[in-house]
Design a binder for this molecule. Structure first.
Ligand SMILES: [Zn+2]
Length: 297
């Protein structure tokens, strides 16, 4: 049962985009998350940017099975819900070009999407991601190919009826506008096209009806409070915790979602009745992610 007790949210709290690494904080990061009220995560495949990237399909198979086995361990160790997100990172593809050439890198990229979809079909994972396009400036040839690949990936996800978490550049509503057009063309429902690392504006005139998981950094609660009433699609929260000792401050820490949920709860209570606040928090942390990923949060 979820409810608000003494002004605090007592109910599900889900981080929809978190990476883990056995050689870094790994289980201790989850322990911290659970200790402050976390109840569920979407564990996202961590590309080995600091080591070597897979150069063949078998490399991807090993990387995905690593993510899947970490999810099993987290479930065993903590009584939380763990969904798995696997897929080839667009930045990995862009880096593989220098070693493989653009055609072979793209072939490997699409093959590793097929592999991810197979594993999702088998019930070992629940979402394709993070897929998308580089978030930094690239050559025109690379940009065109990235978009071709993404359109193809969206079409395959649509056929498999699988939701996707998208890694894209941050060009405000322009990004949303382009991505939503591509999704519509590919036959992928906007409700299953989830923009990851989204800014704290969930209003539909900004998101073009795409689902999103908001990076809830400091100050994000204000943005959510002023836009949530105009949201047409589901949205959630994420840290994009990287579990990387080389980039400790690059992303939000494991305690952020419980903390920010509590902040959101207080801010909403100041202007709405407790029943409505309860309903919204339950949607964010249970109803919407359960529906998106097909598992019970
Ligand atoms: Zn990520």
């Amino acid at each position: 049962m979820s409810s608000i007790v003494d002004g605090h949210w007592v109910g599900p709290v889900v981080d929809q985009h978190i990476h883990l690494d056995r050689s870094n904080r790994y289980l201790s990061a989850i322990e911290e998350f659970v200790r402050v009220g976390g109840t569920g995560i979407m564990l996202v495949h961590k590309p080995g940017f600091s080591g070597s990237l897979p150069l063949d399909k078998e490399g991807y198979r090993r990387a995905y099975s690593e993510t899947i086995s970490m999810a099993d361990e987290v479930r065993e160790k903590f009584a939380i819900t763990v969904g798995v997100v696997i897929g080839p990172h667009p930045v990995a593809w862009e880096r593989q070009i220098s070693e493989l050439g653009i055609d072979q890198a793209s072939e490997l990229h699409l093959e590793s999407v097929d592999l991810a979809l197979e594993l999702i079909e088998q019930g070992k994972a629940h979402c394709l991601g993070e897929v998308g396009r580089p978030h930094y400036e690239v050559s025109e040839e690379t940009w065109t190919k990235a978009n071709e690949n993404l359109s193809q990936i969206m079409a395959e996800a649509a056929i498999s009826k699988v939701p996707i978490q998208l890694h894209v550049e941050d060009a405000g509503s322009q990004t949303y506008s382009e991505i939503s057009q591509m999704a519509v063309q590919a036959g992928l429902p906007l409700s299953q096209t989830i923009r990851h690392y989204a800014p704290p504006n969930v209003s539909s005139d900004f998101t073009y009806g795409l689902a999103c998981t908001v990076s809830v950094g400091r100050g994000s609660v204000e943005g959510l409070v002023s836009t949530y009433a105009n949201a047409s699609a589901s949205w959630g929260m994420e840290t994009d915790f990287l579990d990387d000792s080389r980039r400790p401050g690059a992303v939000l820490g494991p305690k952020t979602i419980p903390k920010r949920t509590d902040e959101l709860c207080s801010a909403l209570l100041a202007e709405s009745n407790p029943n409505d606040v309860e309903n919204l928090l339950f949607k964010i942390h249970s109803e919407w992610p359960s529906k998106l990923y097909g598992i019970e949060f």
